[in-house]
Design a protein around this ligand. Sequence first.
Ligand SMILES: *Cc1c(COP(=O)(O)O)cnc(C)c1O
Length: 375
Amino acid sequence: MQVPFVDLRAQYAQLKAQIDTAIHEVIDECAFVGGRRVSEFERAFAEISGAKHCVAVANGTDAIYISLKMLGIGVGDEVITTASSWISTSETITQTGAVPVFVDVDKYFNIDVTAIRSKINDRTKAILPVHLYGQAAQMVEIAKICSDTGLLLLEDCAQAHLSTFDGQPVGTFGAAGTFSFYPGKNLGAYGDAGAIITNDDELADKLRMFANHGSLKKHEHYLEGMNSRLDGIQAAVLLAKLPWLQEWTAKRQQNARRYDELLKEIPALTVPQIRQGSGHVYHLYVIRIGKRDGLREYLSSNGIQTGIHYPRALPALPPYARTGFEREYPNAIRYQHEILSLPMFPELTHEAIDYVVTCIAEYCGVDTGNTYVIA
Ligand SMILES: *Cc1c(COP(=O)(O)O)cnc(C)c1O
């Protein structure tokens, strides 16, 4: 049996007629950049995300950069963020002229809220938590730290569409939340795409201006900005897919429950730990295991694709590594060698999950018997 890590074809097969028609309409109208589909998608995504405004941009990395810039982050500032993320989170901080200050992760793979306060100093301007793999960070604690200290709060929700903490949607706890619609994300375009959500009217206007050369009206440039707009074709694809996002998310969650149930019989590995209050939309299903590389090879030789997100924690990457980082970020550094992302997408079948678990059990020397079959 072959089990891919993700299967982008499955969603296209499901919605082929709508997506093909929508793309052709954009081409017929020559509405290539911006336009009514972009506005329609912004309204729909704001609504489903529980926010007042959504500003569509070219990708999830720009979404972070634009937000940081319009929140006034720049030279001389520090922004506290997590040691485990995709590099967009930290490289955009540096691009503004500010310095990323990393905090180690906890067993939920998210920023360790108990370690944040000790990193705050006079230069600290903002906290940028990431809802890694789709699980919300401890947002009540983080929002409290921000309100106690006057720091800005920006959430990187690139992996966490529709996730919540204590029932509140991610991206709505602070000034703004940023999303990516990279094809493999929980809501994926057919190219690069991203968005920012906010409840702040004034910030929404600034974000929109900055993403479009500092302009809200043609040839009136209030400030210098950048070109980071959403394509009409991407908006059309996203609009066709958006009505399915809740159902696809529920399927990811069901798949995760099945993995959880079956994998808990295998003592050598740790299934994803869920924090009290945290919603998890399972962009990735990440286990921890000591003999990770051996398991990965064994699965690969049995037709199962897996991933590592990410092989190196941010403080271990060349742009950031400085002496002693291993001692400063013990969890993030240890997890680099233990984490393994198993196949996860809405259309993943029960048979495929059972097969993945059987192969893991074999590798771990656990007798599968029939214990891995749930009625
Ligand atoms: C994907 C991702 C981004 C960047 O999004 P792009 O659309 O690829 O630019 C930022 N942060 C995290 C955590 C991501 O997973």
